[in-house]
Design a protein around this ligand. Structure first.
Ligand code: FAD
Length: 380
């Protein structure tokens, strides 16, 4: 039985970003990861400008499959392309990216075991984390497991179908469909193929990430939608290549901490509800949790007052984007013909939307801008 200042459960971007900062501040940190790394992770692999900025180090060029400067947005009636001068995102393979983040944390002195955390119990001022073979002790625990773990129940209730999204993804050889051979520096989005969501084609150099994602309560037949989406674009549907995962719908009020147990990343519900972007918020929430814990150790103060800075800082830095994005998403998806298709087939609206991604404007600015333009947009 070993004891640590902090145990981090899950070696995705949220967990490794937290572990990196904690070890950098001199704390003893254990990461528990249930799968051997490097591991596959179903994901479009787009890391936005803000996600890259949050990282404490540069992402090596050999991890970057492609750079994204714009988007081609498709609705059932239209297709428009918006290209910017800004590097809006980079495209990475999550297997390599997550493994790199873990290596960076290990280089800082973080310890790692490849075991599944099954249970957390509190006793005598320590959390006891049980795996099949071992028990680990820690003063604080960061739960960075993604949304599918029941360990979340140690902090809050699990989400219902309306609070979750389901995404399916496949990696397809770029040469399979000649129409997509030239898709290099832009991503393609298709509205109208997934309930309260969209379909995507993201270029990764020699392969494409193709997928569909929507809100679970209204996106009832994801496999059928994926089949229809791939067939419509001219790709072969091979069931064996399809992988799926749940994501939380961001913007909903959720508890993110109980005592010294912190939820970060997807486990905390930090996924932008319109785009499904989660990597940037996973990194940042992991860092905010780490920062709170570092302060607690420095001041020997584990009071509610100090630890609740985690919720406060997440709310200040992440909450506003999530809230406005949820409002925007609900507004557009509720009125697909009147709003979603009209806004997403309007060149100015799409050009302006990309300014959110390059962090020139906030969601709030964008919504205000849209409301002013709405009469003109609706008339067409
Ligand atoms: C199909 C799909 C496409 C997406 N595309 C994008 C995109 O292009 N850009 C973007 O920004 N976001 C995207 N997202 C969202 C993004 O993948 C997540 O927001 C992000 O991975 C969250 O990071 P995380 O560290 O919180 O969790 P995860 O990346 O899910 O990592 C959790 C880790 O915890 C481990 N774990 C789980 N339970 C336990 C346990 N009990 N014990 C030990 N280890 C455990 C898991 O094995 C995993 O390694 C996509 C999601 C999906 C499903």
């Amino acid at each position: 039985m070993k004891s640590f200042d902090v145990a981090v459960i899950g070696a995705g971007p949220a967990g490794t970003s937290a572990a990196y900062d904690l070890a950098d501040a001199g704390l003893s940190v254990l990461i528990l990861e249930k799968r051997a790394m490097p591991r596959e992770k179903p994901c479009g692999g787009a890391i936005s400008y803000s996600g890259q900025k949050f990282l404490r180090f540069d992402i090596p060029e050999d991890l970057v499959d492609a750079e994204c400067f714009g988007a081609r947005i498709n609705t059932p009636e239209s297709s428009i392309t918006s290209i910017t001068n800004d590097r809006l995102a980079i495209l990475v393979s999550r297997k390599n990216f997550d493994s790199y983040l873990l290596d960076m944390a290990l280089n800082k002195g973080v310890a790692a075991v490849y075991e599944m955390a099954k249970e957390i119990k509190e006793d005598s001022g320590f959390y006891h984390i049980y795996t099949n073979a071992n028990r680990y002790l820690a003063k604080n625990v960061i739960i960075a497991t993604g949304i599918q773990s029941t360990l979340i129940k140690n902090v809050r209730r699990l989400d219902n179908k309306d609070e979750l999204g389901i995404c399916l993804e496949a990696e397809i050889d770029i040469n399979e469909n000649s129409r997509y051979k030239d898709l290099k520096n832009i991503i393609e989005i298709h509205f109208g193929v997934a309930g309260y969501g969209y379909g995507w084609v993201f270029p990764h150099g020699n392969f494409l990430s193709i997928g569909v994602g929507g809100v679970t309560s209204v996106f009832k037949e994801p496999n059928k939608a994926m089949y229809e989406f791939m067939s419509k674009l001219g790709f072969k549907y091979d069931r064996k290549k399809i992988r799926g995962h749940m994501i939380p719908k961001g913007g909903i009020k959720r508890l993110t901490r109980k005592g010294g147990l912190f939820l970060v990343g997807d486990a905390a519900g930090f996924v932008e509800p319109f785009t499904g972007e989660g990597i940037a918020y996973a990194i940042r929430s992991g860092q905010i949790a780490a920062n709170t814990i570092i302060k607690a150790f420095k001041n020997s103060d584990f009071s509610e007052e100090l630890l609740s800075n985690y919720e406060k800082n997440c709310s200040a830095e992440i909450g506003s984007t999530m809230g406005y994005a949820l409002f925007f998403s609900k507004m557009l998806h509720k009125f697909p013909n009147l709003l979603l298709n009209k806004i997403m087939s309007n060149q100015h609206c799409v050009d302006k939307y990309l300014e959110i991604i390059s962090q020139k404007i906030t969601y709030k600015d964008y919504i205000k801008w849209i409301f002013k333009k709405l009469p003109k947009i609706l008339i067409g």
